[in-house]
Design a protein around this ligand. Structure first.
Ligand SMILES: C[C@H](O)[C@H](O)[C@H]1CNC2=NC(N)=NC(=O)C2=N1
Length: 116
C-alpha cells in the first residue's frame, strides 16, 4: 500500500511512449480518448486534433508555442503551431499514418500536463 494518490488518466497518457508506425485510430476510439483530454477537439476532416489557448499577451502565446515546439523535438513528433497576440493553436496529426494515432494523443496529454 502507498499513500500516493492515483494518477489522473490524462497524466497516465502523457507517460506513454512515442513509437514509429502507430496506426491511425478509428473515430470511435478517438472520440472516447478526446473526452478525457481537456481542451482538445477533432478537426473538421477528422485527421487531426487541436487545442487553442488564450492569453493576455504575445509573450505568453510565444512561450506556449516554444514549449510545444521543444517537446516535439524531444519526442520527434511534431505539431502544426499558430500563434499571435493572445492566442496559440496547436494541431497534431501523424503524417505517415494519415490520421490521428496514439502518438498524437500522448503529445497532447504531455502539453496539457506541462501547461496545467
Ligand atoms: C523521420 C521522422 O521520424 C519522421 O519524419 C517523423 C517526424 N515527425 C513527425 N511528426 C508528425 N506529426 N507526424 C509524422 O509522421 C512525423 N514523422
Amino acid at each position: 500500500m502507498t499513500d500516493e494518490p492515483a494518477e489522473e488518466p490524462e497524466t497516465d497518457l502523457a507517460h506513454g511512449k512515442i513509437v514509429d508506425g502507430a496506426p491511425a485510430l478509428a473515430e470511435t476510439a478517438l472520440r472516447a480518448a478526446l473526452a478525457r483530454l481537456a481542451g482538445w477537439e477533432l478537426a473538421a476532416d477528422g485527421k487531426a486534433i487541436r487545442r487553442e489557448w488564450l492569453f493576455k499577451s504575445f509573450k505568453a502565446a510565444a512561450a506556449l508555442a516554444n514549449l510545444a515546439a521543444w517537446q516535439a523535438e524531444a519526442a520527434n513528433h511534431h505539431p502544426d503551431i499558430a500563434f499571435g497576440w493572445g492566442f496559440a493553436r496547436v494541431s497534431f496529426s501523424t503524417h505517415s499514418a494519415g490520421g490521428v494515432t496514439m502518438n498524437d494523443l500522448i503529445m497532447a496529454a504531455r502539453l496539457n500536463a506541462a501547461t496545467a
